[in-house]
Design a protein. Structure first.
Length: 299
């Protein structure tokens, strides 16, 4: 016969053990559910979402909506998010800045979120006054930055993710290229150690050559990291193009900067720059490479 007091002690012990086990199981399941790897499919969904809003040309409703989307995604991922306002050539500029970490080095990763007002490179003249959907030219760089925001571990450095406005409307009356990044650099009060610009990196046939104006040391570091990860077929360590892009204002200010860009894109500035031309694998290759390069800076 078991005495009642013994039964109570046994029951209490069982309850205590269960109360310790359940939270442990729950915590383990939560930890297993969190995937900190760069997810190319999720980045591709970001591309699709942006294009579904419509062309993100300055002043449009889609342009405003993508600003809110970027800010919301940054905050959900644990980054601070702010908008830097400026005026360039009479146009309002809204650069979106996500910030995380502190200390040195201070690294800026950037991409433009606007799309082009006119598809002036379209082979059909009837389409050349239509806006560019901007799946690769704009949305791909944004998607990579957003997925990095979700998956980057806490690193012992200061990182800014900067989404530049008004990059893509040069050679149009009343406009020029890289207005957002020029405005950003004009407002800098200190210099980052390095700047990496991501542009046109979703092409299913990805070929990223050294950009001729980019800092050669930064370029070599990043391309070497890509090779170590097995992405040497995408990151080709030879020079091919000299490009005016969002890295240019930083270079002009004496700040080391590199433009990671695949300029061999058939649908550049056409109405066919749509998500079906973009590959989740290409987005992942770039995201993995940038993350791995950042992690080497902490060592």
């Amino acid at each position: 016969m078991i005495r009642l007091s013994n039964m109570i002690r046994v029951t209490s012990g069982i309850i205590l053990v269960i109360s310790l086990i359940i939270p442990a199981i729950f915590l383990a399941s939560c930890q297993q559910a969190v995937n900190t790897d760069f997810d190319g499919s999720r980045a591709f969904a970001d591309v699709e979402y942006q294009v579904a809003l419509g062309a993100r040309v300055p002043g449009s409703q889609a342009h405003i909506q993508v600003q809110e989307y970027i800010r919301s995604e940054l905050k959900d991922a644990g980054w601070s998010a702010e908008i830097q306002q400026a005026q360039m050539m009479g146009h309002p500029i809204s650069n979106i800045i996500g910030k995380k970490g502190e200390g040195k080095p201070w690294i800026i990763l950037g991409a433009h979120y606007d799309s082009r007002l006119i598809a002036d490179k379209d082979p059909n003249p009837a389409n050349r006054n239509l806006p560019v959907p901007g799946a690769n030219d704009g949305a791909s760089g944004v998607a990579i930055l957003l997925e990095l925001a979700r998956t980057l571990p806490d690193l012992d450095m200061e990182i800014w993710l900067v989404f530049f406005d008004a990059e893509d409307n040069g050679n149009i009356p009343g406009w020029d290229w890289i207005l957002g990044s020029n405005a950003f650099v004009q407002q800098l009060t200190r210099a980052p150690e390095a700047v990496v610009i991501l542009d046109m990196l979703g092409d299913a046939d990805l070929n990223i050559h050294y950009e001729r104006n980019s800092d050669p040391v930064l370029s070599a570091q990043i391309w070497q990291k890509a090779a170590e990860l097995g992405y040497e077929e995408y990151f080709i360590p030879t020079q091919k193009y000299s490009i005016l892009d969002d890295h240019t204002p930083f270079l002009n200010a004496g700040i080391p900067a590199v433009d990671i860009i695949d300029f061999d894109y058939t649908y550049y500035h056409t109405i066919e720059d749509t998500p079906d031309k973009v590959s989740a694998g290409s987005l992942k290759a770039v995201g993995d490479t940038v993350r791995a390069w950042l992690e080497t800076l902490e060592q």
